[in-house]
Design a protein around this ligand. Sequence first.
Ligand SMILES: Nc1ncnc2c1ncn2[C@@H]1O[C@H](COP(=O)(O)OP(=O)(O)OP(=O)(O)O)[C@@H](O)[C@H]1O
Ligand code: SF4
Ligand SMILES: [Mg+2]
Length: 383
Amino acid sequence: MSTLIEIKDLVTNFYTYEGVVKALNKISLEVKKGSTFGLVGESGCGKSVLVRSIMRIVQSPGVIEGGQVLFHKKKNGKEVVVDLLQQSEEYMRSIRGSDISMIFQEPNAALNPILSIGYQVSESFLFHVAEEMCEKILDELNSPNDHTFFPIKQFLKYTYRVGSSDSKAFVLKLFKKIPFLKKWDKRLKKEALKRSVEIIDKLHVPDPEQTVKSYPHNLSGGMKQRIVIAMALACNPDLLIADEATSNLDVTVQAQILELLNELKKEVISSILLITHDLGVVAETCERVGVMYAGSLCEVGDVNEIFKDPKHPYTKALLRSVPLFSNEGKLESIEGTVPNLVNPPTGCRFHPRCSLVMEQCKQEAPELKEVGPNHTVACFAVN
Ligand SMILES: Nc1ncnc2c1ncn2[C@@H]1O[C@H](COP(=O)(O)OP(=O)(O)OP(=O)(O)O)[C@@H](O)[C@H]1O
Ligand code: SF4
Ligand SMILES: [Mg+2]
């Protein structure tokens, strides 16, 4: 499988009154095309900061201070590799929601209570539809039957074709605002609504035609999260990032949605980066898994391999704390607490909780090294 996104030595810090929170400590990982990568680890270990750093939406006072996020992007049938950390904010706006989409835990935060579902899902489609249809519409403006003022036609065409996403958005706004261009706006909206109904149907929402006319408060939590997923999938993203997207839902709905995501992966999305506390979910839905501890990745590998034969002391402890994976059903909690990331432990950040700790672990930070095919571990005690 070829690479979709490659993260190298990513460092993100938060400059707070209490001191510098060292949230990401040189994270490196790779998501392959067509695969689902699961990211697990205790609360506060940096999972959300990592995906927000990929999208360049880290909240203040966070700063991305080092590393690369290499995205293998399709452009005019060719693949180009772009470092997202080096791109302009305008470029990132064109990537977000289009090449990379993200869904969060709380669907209500992503939905506007006073706008209909159809309006909100259509909005996500509109830009994509306009990309496809605008050229056609602008060509039609040249037809003998069209009486739009000539300089306006030229202006619209020029603005649209200069290629930046902001200029395209500007043309869309003109379609909306200028009375004699409104017929084009209507046509784009009609197409966007048609596609909204189709995707809602794909997400197994009952009666999609009726659902697009309803409002968020008319829907259950599970249905709302499906709508949010529909919005995230509107532009056939290459990467869908789901940050605890199903944790608020009951187990059955959660299972249905995860199954759906895996189904859709074959059709509309290329790869998924799934963040979850639930190792059972990872076992069922992911091919690869990365285990994070206190801002560092301690183990990365194929799901089957890691669950069968975990190598890192933290991964082992994490698995022993979950009923599904613990030996003879005996649950063990991990002793100690997650460190404060303002003053993280020196050397290996897990050393104060590790039963195998050696002197070297207190001085030096272990790097991820290969221990088997596609399996890397950051620990001095593992060879
Ligand atoms: N806005 C912020 N200001 C200061 N520190 C922050 C901010 N956002 C995150 N952090 C810190 O960054 C670290 C990583 O947080 P993050 O939210 O990524 O954890 P997480 O693994 O997603 O946890 P959870 O599983 O609870 O969602 C934490 O120590 C947190 O306190
Ligand atoms: S490097 Fe040392 S402290 Fe860290 S997990 Fe390995 S043995 Fe434990
Ligand atoms: Mg989080």
